[in-house]
Design a protein around this ligand. Structure first.
Ligand SMILES: Nc1ncnc2c1ncn2[C@@H]1O[C@H](COP(=O)(O)OP(=O)(O)OP(=O)(O)O)[C@@H](O)[C@H]1O
Length: 280
């Protein structure tokens, strides 16, 4: 009996499973976005109205609601325009910036050291490391540098009251491409009201592109990483370096990554030590 039931309905079971996974994945992708709230609101109104109409059988209102539901289908791409744009851009792009060789690994190490030095000196900073999606629209808001990354330059740019310290630095292909860039400030309602504009700009730019933002808080010196609009705050030095390696060093680079990690601290190019530009 039970076997017959399974034989007759296994296809329905698989269908339900596929649909559940798809709906859950869509929910996961969109739950933190502004569009999700609008959609939930619309769906709740639609379900409530449908239930009322089903109960009372109002013909004219039923006709109107059915037409409105069709309009909703056309409205969805507009409501989810930022999310769709992001998803399509990710789909159509290829990986241009992966740390796959020694020079790139060196860059990562210098970058980490610079961020740690900025943190120790409590110099507020915001970096956006470009990956697959172009950051051109944000680069256009800033001042072109096209300079090799160096701890000295990072310090000079973000040193308070200098002309370029306001805004973010875009790092593209291991170079500091632009400084003083204005990033989109996230519209997401943040539970933590203490999160200021620098961190919100990091959330905003990583919501719009696939870049990795690294933030140093001027107030506390805390280092944070932001990806896909998710902020990982107050990472200590060790955790910051570990997360950067996890993000940028893919599995097939393991052999190359292990070598520099074995170097002692004296072998590293540090922003403090010899290269100290700004006194504590
Ligand atoms: N849209 C933006 N794009 C890039 N940088 C921005 C943007 N808005 C603000 N900033 C930067 O953030 C600085 C102000 O930071 P604010 O104190 O509001 O933020 P915060 O997240 O609390 O950071 P901190 O912990 O460093 O104080 C500005 O001086 C500017 O350099």
């Amino acid at each position: 009996m039970a076997w017959d039931f399974v034989r007759e309905n296994w296809k329905n079971g698989i269908e339900i499973l596929i649909l559940s996974i798809a709906i859950y994945q869509i929910y996961r992708a969109f739950r933190a976005t502004r569009g999700a709230r609008i959609l939930v609101g619309l769906v709740v109104i639609l379900v409530a109205v449908t239930l009322i109409l089903f109960q009372f059988k109002f013909q004219v209102i039923t006709w109107l609601v059915t037409r409105a539901a069709i309009l909703l289908v056309f409205a969805l791409p507009v409501i989810f325009q930022p999310e769709l744009r992001n998803a399509l851009a990710k789909l159509g792009s290829s990986r241009l910036f992966s740390f796959s060789n020694k020079s790139q690994l060196d860059f990562l190490e210098i970058f980490e050291d610079s961020v740690v030095a900025l943190s120790k000196k409590r110099i507020g900073a915001l970096f956006a490391i470009e990956r697959d999606i172009s950051m051109k629209p944000y680069e256009e808001t800033g001042v072109t540098l096209s300079a090799d990354f160096s701890p000295e330059l990072a310090m000079t740019i973000f040193f308070p009251k200098t002309p370029l310290h306001d805004g973010g630095v875009v790092i593209s292909n291991k170079k500091m491409s632009t400084a003083a860039c204005v990033f989109p400030v996230s519209q997401k309602e943040l539970s933590d009201r203490s999160i200021g504009l620098r961190h919100r700009a990091a959330i905003g730019v990583t919501e719009e592109t696939d870049c990795v933002a690294v933030i140093v808080s001027e107030e506390t010196g805390a280092i944070s990483i932001c990806m896909e609009g998710i902020l990982e705050r107050n990472l200590g030095e060790e955790k910051f370096r570990k997360r950067m390696a996890q993000i940028f060093l893919s599995n097939d680079d393991k052999n190359e990554t292990s070598a520099p990690k074995e170097l002692g601290p004296e072998d590293r190019v540090t922003a403090s030590g010899d290269r100290d530009l700004v006194s504590d």
